[in-house]
Design a protein around this ligand. Sequence first.
Ligand code: GLN
Length: 187
Amino acid sequence: MKKIGVLALQGAFIEHEKMLEKLGASCVELRNKEDLKQDLDGLVLPGGESTVQGKLLKELEMDQELKERIENGTPVLGTCAGMILLASDIENQSQQYFGTIPMCVKRNAYGRQLGSFHTTDHVKGIGEVPMTFIRAPYVDHVGEGVKVLAEVEGKIVGVQYKKQLAFAFHPELDNDKAIHQKFLELI
Ligand code: GLN
């Protein structure tokens, strides 16, 4: 059985666990340094608030270990704030977090009226997927080797770089399991 470590410091992590368990994976919540001492087949970085998550990752001394695992090829799925944690550059912000995907993201990128919205659009290799955006980022531009998987109204909202998947929306909040299935297939 595939064992997935779900970062559980803040945000929408329980919904990811439910979805992954329905697909036959087992999940462990990562809340502190001790939790990182186990073997994990994959990692999930949930949505929430990237600044809060980033601060806690540092304070709890979890940031380096997780970054190394991602760099060493452990598959990872980052959604919304999780996408921001993976980005090498964040527009209008000097600080970055894991920075393991060469791309520049814009936080809270959709104006006030579009702060939250729902749509259905195409994801490469998957097909039509429901997409729930909540104060979401989008990807302004990607670096070499980054595959664009999804665009909504001309903005990049899904990418893959090696074994890292990042989406600006929240696949864990809709009933469609295709994104999580794709992630498990990377393992
Ligand atoms: N606005 C959040 C941030 O900048 C992301 C929102 C989300 O994860 N739903 O981190």
